[in-house]
Design a protein around this ligand. Structure first.
Ligand SMILES: C[S@@+](CC[C@H](N)C(=O)[O-])C[C@H]1O[C@@H](n2cnc3c(N)ncnc32)[C@H](O)[C@@H]1O
Length: 312
């Protein structure tokens, strides 16, 4: 195997990767270890952004959007780690406080600590790669001991039981469907659905119907042929808030899967033009399918980063 000399750019990247990464001979790690090592660091970086946003009550990009950034290599593992760590965070924090093993150095890297402690306590174990992993694995027994204490304080023996205690009772939220008035009028949809379900018109939105919580219409023929769309009330309020008239030209900046795009088309009675932009090529197919299903024909769509429009 030929070993290439590091380029200037590579040298810079290595320096930027930080002291700890230098200490780990990442090149010597086996594939799975290496990928888990990087996934933990990528997850920690995103977790920091998420927790900072939460603390400042700022709306941030969703975890999925952060994970889907091109710089994140192992997207699936990183996403899973973040979600699981967040889910277990109150317990992880309790255990860490009780164990009091974090000095100032590790407190500065608390997100990475959370991720690794999640893996130690609830995951598949952590190989001894990286300073943080080594440090926390040295405290593995006290961590497990304090987890047991936390559980017994709450009168349970397993984490599953603890989650069951904390589970919020299912709040029964009614289901909504939006009638696609390009294909069917609201009264006909009401009559059709009433054959099997208890359905009412929404008191605010004329093309929205309300069904009992838990109603599953995924396979209903009216859904399959695009006469009704499974669309919540909040999402169904957006197009009426604009109140577009037939003949308008409307820009839908972030369009896929296209529920609001086709709602606009229905309100504009197919007259006018909607320019639907979507950043991700792979989501364009979904947008295309929605448009086709809805019977809207006034929609032009493009793979386009809407920010480009404003940076010119
Ligand atoms: C929450 S979804 C939109 C839902 C859609 N409006 C609907 O009602 O069905 C956000 C979409 O915006 C796209 N997006 C994000 N940033 C974008 C950008 N800068 N330009 C264009 N599309 C973007 C994402 O790829 C994603 O498909």
């Amino acid at each position: 195997m030929r070993i290439r000399k590091p380029t200037q750019k590579n040298k810079k990247n290595v320096a930027a990767a930080g002291k700890e990464e230098n200490e780990v001979k990442t090149a010597k790690l086996k594939g799975a270890e290496r990928s888990a090592y990087f996934a933990r660091r990528e997850a920690a970086k995103i977790l920091r952004t998420v927790l900072e946003g939460d603390a400042n009550r700022r709306a941030l990009a969703s975890i999925k959007t952060l994970v889907y950034h091109p710089s994140v290599r192992n997207k699936k593992a990183t996403f899973a780690l973040i979600c699981q760590t967040l889910k277990h965070l109150p317990i992880i924090n309790d255990v860490l406080q009780a164990a009091s093993i974090l000095n100032t150095k590790w407190k500065k890297q608390q997100e990475l600590v959370y991720i690794i402690v999640y893996d130690i306590l609830f995951g598949q174990g952590v190989p001894l790669v990286g300073d943080a992993e080594k440090y926390l694995m040295r405290h593995k027994d006290p961590l497990h001991l304090h987890l047991k204490k936390v559980l017994s304080r709450k009168n349970v023996t397993t984490v599953k039981e603890l989650f069951a205690l904390q589970e919020v009772p299912d709040v029964s939220v009614p289901r909504n469907v939006r009638v696609n008035t390009l294909k069917m009028d609201v009264d006909s949809a009401l009559v059709e659905l009433q054959k099997k379900y208890s359905v009412q018109k929404d008191d605010l939105l004329p093309d929205l119907l309300v069904l009992p919580p838990g109603t599953d219409l995924h396979d209903h023929p009216l859904v399959k042929n695009g006469s009704i769309f499974l669309q919540g009330k909040a999402s169904s309020m957006v197009a009426p808030a604009l109140s577009p008239e037939p003949g308008w030209e409307v820009l839908d900046a972030c369009a896929a899967p296209g529920n609001k795009t086709v709602h606009l088309a229905a309100l504009m009675k197919r007259k006018g033009r909607i320019i639907a932009c979507e950043l991700k090529k792979e989501r364009i197919k979904r947008l295309n399918d929605t448009i086709k299903l809805s019977g809207a024909s006034s929609i032009q769509y493009c793979v386009y980063n809407i920010e480009m429009l404003f940076n010119q």
